[in-house]
Design a protein around this ligand. Structure first.
Ligand code: NAD
Ligand code: ZN
Ligand code: ZN
Length: 389
């Protein structure tokens, strides 16, 4: 444990899971985390979820995902406590409970001032190549700079983030649960509510029943959809999907016709909303084609950076809408604390997503469980303090 009373200028030595190269398991290392610079905050990560995007960047680096520099500390779905703040930080103090954000909200740029988008571009170029505003990372290992993932790097007991990439949350929030609001749950839930704008009494199809898909089902249910069809190639996911509000589930591998045709028939013309939560171009096309021609909306939440999906022009021409969602459309700094409130007020489920809890040194098991379909979300606990259990 590292309990410094005044550690502002000290380097913190702690444990982190380092990705030394693509397609290799993570390695637990002693790392050094430098003090926060101007407009930066150093946080102690208490808990982090393991998201499909972490898996994809490690094992799909240079394929479906653009290549990011290694060595790298992955992890972007976390909650923690402010340890120290750099110069000119006004909104955070040591001890604050926080959720780091892979999508910033600076509050000042043109995009932040527009209600049309959550796509703040503060520090964007640097974040995409794994460094902070000054062009360097705050994490090092064996004398070497270790890049930060999406500006966060939560597979480390401590990390440093820009003060515009951090949401302050209420002090009674259990960090080992609300960490899921740092990515997966907020994304799927917002994909339905904010991006799809799912309407009451509508019909929906959700493709992929991982954490993002289950959260999308939760969003469709809250919006008042009457028919919510879960689609997954792993039938083991169906029971949980029904707990979250799916009215029925279909396995495309058990159908004799393409899944879009099955869904169009099931709904007498197509669903009002389809949400793609897999990240596969083929599934994206199927999702679009499963919506009703006149007004169907297809929302892409699945993440792939280098691949293209095919769209038959006529599918759009007749009146369908194709949309994408990043972080569920939430303006991150103001949206996340509200989602924490919704969880605390029992309007939003989080506990039900967590199927596995592991210590940091077993993080590779979390990747294996995600690949095999043995988990919805694994939460990695990095600290024994401040959890709800
Ligand atoms: N847009 C964003 O901001 C954002 C944020 C987080 C995650 N994501 C992306 O969302 C996707 C889902 O993430 P997750 O963490 O829930 O992943 P996950 O691996 O937990 O779940 C994916 C699910 O899709 C199912 N699946 C695989 N192939 C399928 C197919 N052909 N048809 C139907 N189902 C299929 C799997 O069985 C699994 O249940 C990923 O692509 C991830 O990168 C996007
Ligand atoms: Zn994620
Ligand atoms: Zn901004």
């Amino acid at each position: 444990q590292y309990n410094f009373t005044d550690s502002n200028n000290m380097v913190i030595k702690c444990k982190a899971a380092v990705a030394w190269e693509p397609r290799k398991p993570l390695s637990i290392e002693d790392v050094e985390v430098a003090p926060p610079k101007v407009h930066e905050v150093r946080i102690k990560i208490v808990a982090t979820g393991v998201c499909h995007t972490d898996l994809e960047y490690l094992y799909g680096a240079g394929k479906a995902m653009k290549f990011r520099p290694f060595p790298l500390v992955l992890g972007h779905e976390a909650a923690g406590i402010v340890e120290s703040v750099g110069p000119e930080v006004t909104k955070f103090s040591p001890g604050d409970k926080v959720i780091p954000l892979f999508l910033p909200q600076c509050g000042e740029c043109e995009r932040c001032r527009s209600p049309k988008t959550n796509q703040c571009r503060k520090n964007w170029a640097n974040t995409q190549v794994g460094v902070l505003a000054d062009g360097t990372s705050r994490i090092s290992c064996k004398g070497q700079q270790v890049y930060q993932f999406l500006g966060v790097s939560s597979f480390s007991q401590y990390t440093v983030v820009p003060d515009t990439s951090l949401a302050k949350i209420r002090s009674d929030a259990p960090l080992d649960k609300v960490c899921l609001l740092g990515c997966g749950v907020s994304t799927g839930y917002g994909a339905a509510i904010n991006t799809g704008k799912v309407e009451k009494d509508s019909s929906c199809a959700v493709f992929g029943l991982g954490a993002v898909g289950l959260a999308a089902i939760m969003g469709c249910k809250v919006a008042g959809a009457t028919r919510i069809i879960g689609v997954d190639i792993n039938t083991a996911k169906f029971e949980k999907a029904k707990e979250f509000g799916a009215s029925e589930c279909v396995n495309p591998n058990q159908c004799s016709r393409p899944i879009q045709e099955v869904l169009v028939d099931m709904t007498g013309g197509g669903v009002d909303y389809a949400l793609e939560c897999v990240g596969s171009p083929g599934v994206m096309s199927a999702a679009l084609e499963s919506t009703i021609d006149a007004w169907g909306t297809c929302v892409i939440a699945g993440w792939t950076e280098t691949e293209a999906m095919s769209v038959v022009v006529e599918k759009i021409l007749m009146g369908r809408t194709l949309k994408g969602t990043y972080f569920g459309g939430w303006k991150s700094v103001e949206g996340v604390p509200k989602l924490v409130d919704d969880y605390m007020n029992k309007k939003l489920k989080l506990d039900e997503f967590i199927t596995n809890i592991l210590p940091l040194d077993q993080i590779n098991v979390a990747f294996a469980d995600m690949t095999s379909g043995n988990s919805i979300r694994t939460v990695i606990s990095l600290s024994t303090e401040e959890t709800s259990g």
